[in-house]
Design a protein around this ligand. Structure first.
Ligand code: HEC
Ligand code: HEC
Length: 398
């Protein structure tokens, strides 16, 4: 009997010490409870500060190399605060609009209407999808790249008179009024203390948290990714693709070969030069693509558009478009887009048109056959994933 006990006691002690090792990992002991009354009563089970969602160490495919994170790396705590700010209507002057009003998870963080509604009217351009915003060489944001980086971008909609109304002009409250408003909210006192060590709210702290949340929104579970992970490069035929999808991929990647008049006689459609694979993020050198219309103002022109969101998740899992295409919301039929690039209309000519679309001085004529157009469309559909639309870590925590 004694013999059994002398064996069991060391086993028991070993078990206890392993348990301790596990709970000590990450620096929190078993008694720590960061979930204050305010956090629990506001977010219920949606946010657990002792068991944060994984934003910081998500799996990124080894072929993805572009990354515009600069000194503001994602942390689970920072992105959790960013998620709350993103979904909080308190960030608007009349408590009716949050970032998520115009950037809806179910359509890849874009909007399903042509112009989005803010606190004081409609936006002048179509909303942009926010998927894979991190994975790009381009650091500037907005269709016209007027934000120097994502951090700066994140508080611009708050200070826009039409969008969220803390502009400090037109009788609007200003950003300091917003900070005072947020500092009086109990869950922000707790969240800012949790992330930054004290309850002070500054514009920079808000920017960093919002940018971390947006950079965490990633989508790499598409058919393209399944094929790419089995291939050595983008160009090789993908074994999981149909013949049509592989043909579309070739057309997307290869530049056109043109004659003296700039008419395509061979080669591809040249899309990949500007929407660079495998991120499908915009080439920082890209100028505009000839869509020069202005939303809801048919008589006007806008030559300043030089950025596109990634072409990933243009379409929902069910095949429908995630909202209208282009800054001017030209429609949800992708053939409109293909036909535009196939033969740039005379009205698209302007002094900021990308030279790649004006070969030998003429507006681009690709002369794509119907079969080629269809294969390009089939390929674009392979760039859509599934998880981004439903993953709760990017969902409304309120
Ligand atoms: C009223 C609608 C509306 C609201 C509210 C709104 N946005 Fe936007 N968002 C837009 C529109 C429209 C654009 C494109 C505007 C442009 O380029 O001129 C845009 C563009 C962006 C972009 C640029 C994406 C890119 O790839 O360049 C980011 C990032 C973004 N919004 C984040 C946010 C954040 C963060 C908030 C909340 C603080 C927010 N938005 C609130 C409508 C909105
Ligand atoms: C010279 C660079 C360039 C080339 C080449 C190019 N694009 Fe674009 N693309 C852009 C720019 C810039 C935008 C944003 C334009 C806008 O909103 O008006 C854009 C926007 C788009 C959009 C809309 C994205 C959105 O979120 O609404 C699609 C789809 C698209 N391009 C597909 C293609 C395809 C397919 C090809 C090849 C046939 C192609 N592009 C060739 C620069 C280019």
């Amino acid at each position: 009997m004694l013999r059994y006990i002398s064996i069991l006691i060391p086993i028991f002690l070993l078990f206890v010490s392993c348990e301790n090792d596990m709970t000590n990992e990450g620096g929190t002991d078993t008694n720590s409870d960061n979930n204050t009354m305010a956090i629990v009563s506001t977010f219920g089970n949606n946010i657990d500060l002792d068991d944060l969602e994984n934003y910081s160490s998500q799996e990124i495919p080894n072929y993805i190399n572009q990354d515009n994170t600069r000194g503001n790396s994602i942390t689970d705590a920072g992105a959790t605060l960013g998620r709350v700010l993103f979904y909080d209507k308190n960030l608007s002057s009349d408590n009716s609009i949050s970032c998520s009003s115009c950037h809806k998870q179910e359509i890849a963080f874009g909007d399903d209407v042509r112009a989005s509604m803010g606190v004081n009217g409609e936006t002048g351009r179509h909303s942009m999808r926010l998927v894979n915003a991190r994975f790009a060489e381009e650091e500037q944001f907005f269709w016209d790249e007027r934000a120097a980086n994502l951090e700066e971008q994140t508080t611009m909609p708050i200070q826009d008179h039409a969008e969220m109304g803390f502009s400090g002009t037109n009788g609007d409250p200003d950003f300091n009024d917003l900070i005072q408003k947020l500092e009086a909210i109990d869950y922000y006192q707790d969240l800012f203390t949790f992330v930054y060590g004290d309850a002070n709210i500054t514009e920079q702290r808000m920017q960093n948290a919002l940018a971390q949340f947006i950079r965490s929104i990633q989508s790499f579970d598409s058919k393209f990714d399944a094929g790419r992970s089995m291939a050595n490069n983008d160009g090789q035929p993908f074994s999981n693709f149909t013949a049509e999808e592989n043909a579309g991929k070739n057309l997307f990647l290869a530049p056109p070969i043109v004659n003296n008049q700039g008419i395509r006689v061979d080669g591809g459609a040249g899309c990949g030069g500007c929407h660079r694979p495998p991120e499908f993020a915009i080439d920082p050198q890209s100028r505009n693509n000839g869509f020069v219309g202005v939303l809801n103002n048919p008589g006007e022109t806008d030559f300043t558009i030089t950025r596109s969101p990634t072409l990933r998740d243009l379409f929902h899992t069910n095949g429908t478009a995630n909202g209208q295409f282009m800054h001017s919301a030209v429609g949800t039929d992708i053939m409109l887009v293909i036909n535009h690039y196939n033969a740039l209309p005379p009205g698209s000519d302007n002094n900021n048109l990308d030279n790649r679309l004006r070969p030998n001085g003429n507006l681009q004529r690709l002369q794509l056959t119907d079969e080629e157009k269809n294969s390009l469309v089939a390929f674009l559909h392979t760039l859509s994933g599934n998880n981004v639309y439903t993953d709760t870590k990017w969902s409304d925590p309120f």
